[in-house]
Every structure is written in C-alpha cells, then in structure tokens.
Design a protein around this ligand. Structure first.
Ligand SMILES: O=C(O)CCC(=O)C(=O)O
Ligand SMILES: [Fe+2]
Length: 357
C-alpha cells in the first residue's frame, strides 16, 4: 500500500507476555463474562488488549500527525518544549529526561497535546502547538481525544461498579469539563542505535488513571507481578493496549494494579525502523485529591486496612503528583543518584527496577 511502511513481523523467539483480550463492544453491551475479564486484567496485571474499540481511523490519522510534527526542524519543535517546571503539555526533546542513577540522557522525543486544548479549540486553554497540530485539531485530534475519553470513561465506570463504589464516584473525579492532565502523546524513538540495548523509556508506572496505547512495533515490556524478568507485549493490529496508572491504583486502595513497564528498542529486524507510538492518558481532574475512596466502598476500605498506613494517601492533588513526576525526570533537575527516587510512582518497593531479560 503506498505510504504505509510494511514492518518486519514481531519475532516469535523473544520472551512475550500474553495479555487478556477484552472486547469493548461486549463490555458496552454489559456482557458479564467480558466484564469479569476486564476486572481480572485490571486487578492482576493491570494491562490488557482492547479490541473492537472503533478508533482505528482516528489512530491512523494521529500517527500521520505525529510523524509530520516530529519531522519538523528541531528549532521549530523547541519553540513548544514543555520546560523544566513539570508542565506536561507540548514537545519533549530527546535528551531532556535522565534515564538512570548516572543521569544518562534519553533518546526519545514526544509531543503531548492537552485534552483541554483540543476540546477548547480554536480557543487556547493551556498552550499553543505547531502548525501541523493546529491544522488537524478539528479533523483529527479532537475526534481522537473525544473517542479515547469516552472509552476510558466507560471502562472506569465499569471498574467503579466492580469496586463497590456508588455510581459515578470515579466519574466525578474525571469530569471532562474540568482542567486535567489528560493528554494525547505521540512518541518517536530512533532506529538502529549503536548500543543495541539502550532503553527508550525507563521502568515506570503511568501517572494518571487509564492509558490507551497504540503500538505498531514491539518494544513495550512489562515486569509481571512477582517476576524479575521483563517480557515484551506483542503489538496486535487493531488491538489497543490499556493499562492502569497511579491514580486508579490509589483511589482503589491498590486493588487496581498500576504495573511497571518500560520501552526497549523493538526486537529483531524491527529495530531497523523508527518507532512511533501513540497514547491517550486519562488523568483525574487537576484538583482531585489522591486518596483511597475507603469511605465510599467497603471493598476499598478492607484493602486499605491491609496496607501499610498512608500507602494510599500521598496527600497531594492529581496535578501535584503529575508535576512532581514530570519535573523530577528532567535532566536539568538531576542532582545525583538520589534524584532517581524523586520520580517514584506507585510501584512496589520490592520491584527490581533494573531487572534484565
Ligand atoms: O511507547 C510505548 O509503547 C509505551 C509508552 C509509555 O509507556 C508511556 O508513554 O508512558
Ligand atoms: Fe507508560
């Protein structure tokens, strides 16, 4: 097909972790078995494939938008850089985040487009974007943001009910009309690095509630609970990869799992290609307090009573959590090996973050 790169297949001989496949249309129809599958995935690994989500066209157009924008001259992209103060929206240049205790710079660049800016367009809410974004705001970005939000909100509602929360309790913390860190992100990592094992994105948990990820090339890896080995997640055409982030982990008293993951160069022949990926991050309202909703659900109260005191009450708003995690990974804020700890999310302290395959 003209204009479409045919990638080599994902190799069969690399360690790969199977994810449960959840059919979005069945969940929407209230199918009990499918809903139970979603619950199992969200509580055990915190990752699952989502099929029949109906966003394929918008995803394709977003990949085109990301490719065009990240192909702009660096000087132009830098006019939109996110900066060092923990502001999420805009462009993040390669080399602006540190990767390890030694402050090694990353090789990945990305563009974050705020849900608030997409929905307010043509008005500006948080910031401005390059022309390649502006010209697709109405036709591509807004529809992608709206559809992604609708899917994530529906899944959050289902999890809300399974957690024994009153109807709409989590929805109230994710009101699309309020300012939030909800973001569409296009990521680019280079092909063929000399150091073949250089990490693209360090081990991390996602900062918000629910991530809706679209991958064409391999590279994403998960560290399954109790394992000290990393496993690839194989991209399957038309299947999004969904995962729980820190905020839902905290609201649920740890019942929903915010699992550690990282991105490595794609395996095998795929490593010869530039790697583009696309995520929509649903995050709570900026002013939402991050704490377990114990008083609203017995199930959550019980989970919290088994956890170390304060584990699910970090005492900050969703915005403060986000700002801390973004700011502390900028190279300009690197102060030595202890800086690594400031980036921490909800991952278990027992997880060996630098475990190798
Ligand atoms: O590119 C990917 O496959 C995953 C990206 C990711 O984990 C993130 O941006 O938080
Ligand atoms: Fe992530």
């Amino acid at each position: 097909m003209p204009g479409v790169t045919a990638f080599p297949p994902f190799p069969e001989d690399v360690p790969t972790h199977p994810l449960l496949i959840v059919d979005y249309q069945l969940v929407r129809a209230g199918d009990a078995e499918e809903t139970n599958k979603l619950w199992k995935a969200a509580t055990e690994l915190g990752f699952w494939y989502l099929k029949h989500h109906g966003v394929d066209e918008e995803v394709k157009a977003m990949f085109d938008m990301g490719r065009s924008t990240l192909a702009l001259p660096l000087e132009e992209k830098l006019r939109f850089e996110q900066g060092d103060q923990g502001f999420s929206f805009g462009y993040k240049a390669a080399g602006m985040q540190f990767m390890d205790d030694n402050g090694t710079r990353d090789v990945t660049e990305f563009l974050n487009i705020s849900k608030d800016d997409a929905l307010a367009w043509p008005k500006m809410y948080h910031r401005t974007y390059p022309s390649t974004v502006n010209e697709r705001m109405e036709s591509v970005i807004k529809p992608f943001v709206q559809k992604s939000l609708a899917i994530n909100h529906f899944l959050i509602d289902v999890l809300n009910d399974k957690l024994g929360l009153p109807k709409g309790a989590l929805a109230a913390l994710h009101n699309p009309d309020e300012a939030s860190g909800c973001t569409a992100r296009c990521i680019r990592a280079p092909p063929r690095l000399e150091r073949a094992n250089k990490t693209f994105l360090n081990p991390h948990t996602d900062f918000g509630s629910l991530s809706f990820l679209h991958n064409r090339l391999g590279g994403l890896q998960v560290l399954p609970p109790g394992s000290d080995k990393w496993y690839y997640v194989k991209p399957i055409p038309g299947h999004a990869i969904c995962n729980i982030g820190d905020a839902l982990n905290i609201f649920s008293g740890g019942i929903l799992r915010s699992n550690v993951h990282r991105v490595m160069p794609p395996p095998g022949e795929q490593a010869n290609f530039e790697r583009f990926s696309l995520v929509f991050f649903t995050r709570p309202n900026d002013q939402a307090i991050l704490r377990a909703l114990s008083e609203k659900s017995l199930t959550i109260a019980e989970a919290v009573s088994r956890a170390p005191p304060g584990r699910y009450e970090p005492g900050v708003t969703a915005k403060e959590w986000l700002v801390r995690r973004i700011k502390s990974q900028r190279v300009t804020n690197y102060k030595g090996p202890e800086s690594w700890k400031e980036r921490k999310g909800t991952e278990d302290s027992t997880i060996p973050l630098l475990a190798q395959i």
